[in-house]
Ligand binder design. Structure first.
Ligand SMILES: [Zn+2]
Length: 103
């Protein structure tokens, strides 16, 4: 996965907020919205996903899906991403979100 500067900023702020315990709720999930895989159910290294592991709470959160979707609302992190859309249960909308997050 290629990281651009905006994704790096998103990741930095997301990890900072997660470490501080400022984020919670349904956006924090071990399920990749791009491929619908629960990454905790896969052994070993998970290619193509950017994950955050909370050793204290023993949880894993997908930060960027395997197709580039930003799982955490960038507006909560003061990252400019006007085309970002919340994911829904439907796959087609998450794929739109993945492309938009890269613009
Ligand atoms: Zn995936």
């Amino acid at each position: 996965m290629l990281l651009d500067s905006r994704t790096t900023t998103y990741l930095h702020r997301a990890v900072t907020a997660l470490t501080a315990g400022r984020l919670n709720g349904e956006q924090l999930s071990p399920v990749c919205p791009d491929c619908d895989t629960d990454v905790t159910q896969l052994p070993g290294f998970i290619f193509g996903h950017l994950l955050w592991r909370d050793a204290e709470r023993e949880t894993v959160t997908v930060l960027v899906g395997c197709e580039g979707y930003w799982t955490i609302n960038p507006h909560l992190l003061d990252v400019n991403a006007t085309n970002w859309r919340p994911r829904t249960a439907a796959h087609d909308t998450t794929r739109i979100g993945a492309r938009d997050a890269e613009q």
